[in-house]
Write a protein that binds this ligand. Structure first.
Ligand code: 13P
Length: 246
């Protein structure tokens, strides 16, 4: 059985004092369930604070460099994350692909580096409105995933969490219908089955992301191939974050 994984992506929001306050209330309010992993993906300056204040919630980086160390001003490395017990990182969010030149080649290196360090990559994929309107979503996502999983073994592939986030649904309030989200998440599973085999694909956790809110989360999560959610805006306030986890 696949676990359900719900992660709040705070993007470039919150100071340390805001994060600390959030974590105190979120840890208090979060009722754990055996098959649910919930957590937050936070900016580099918040990782240590949030980790220190978390017991039940997992903490993820939003990005990482694939090299262990080096002259890469502004980047953070896997050893830096491991040193503060961070075991998850988002990889290839559409905002990083669009504004920070995260190509599939770079994303693939990050995925492999995280897996080699026994960390969990939350690998984001998803198409633009133009691609969606042309009916080329699956083709586009397939090209991303083929490149992003290149050289990843079957044993490692099951440890990757894939987040399908249509760009046109991010921060727009335009959530994909549960049917569209299910259809593409099933498509993602089929792509992984083609790359490896069905048994491998059946183990991979696939999230949907894009305008997930407390009032639509249940319907999205009830779809057979959607195992969780990656949530931006609705994860920033504690009440709304906790309402995603019920
Ligand atoms: P919103 O939930 O704000 O649409 O953001 C989705 C997202 O990009 C999560 O990574």
């Amino acid at each position: 059985m696949r676990k359900q994984v719900i992660i709040g992506n705070w993007k470039m929001f919150k100071t340390n004092s805001e994060a600390k306050k959030f974590m105190k209330l979120a840890e208090k309010g979060f009722k754990t369930k055996p098959d649910l992993i919930a957590g937050v993906a936070v900016s580099a300056t918040l990782l240590d604070t949030v980790k220190t204040n978390s017991k039940k919630l997992v903490v993820s980086a939003q990005n990482v460099h694939f090299e262990q160390s080096g002259a890469y001003t502004g980047e953070i490395s896997i050893p830096m994350l491991k040193d503060i017990n961070i075991n998850y990182s988002l990889v290839g969010h559409s905002e990083r692909r669009e504004y920070f030149n995260d190509t599939d080649e770079v994303i693939n290196k990050k995925v492999k580096a995280l897996l080699a360090a026994n960390m969990t990559p939350v690998l984001c994929c998803g198409e633009s409105l133009e691609t969606f309107e042309k009916g080329k979503t699956i083709e586009f996502v397939k090209a991303q995933l083929v490149a992003d999983f290149a050289g990843v073994s079957k044993e490692d592939a099951v440890k990757v969490i894939v987040a399908y986030e249509p760009i046109w649904a991010i921060g727009t309030g335009k959530v994909a219908t549960p049917e569209i989200a299910q259809n593409v998440c099933k498509g993602v599973r089929d792509i992984i089955a083609d790359l490896y085999d069905q048994a491998t694909a059946d183990q991979v956790v696939i999230q949907y992301g894009g305008s997930v809110k407390p009032d639509n989360v249940k319907q999205i999560l009830s779809q057979p191939d959607i195992d969780g959610a990656l949530v931006g805006g609705a994860s920033l306030e504690v009440d709304s974050f906790l309402a995603l986890l019920v």
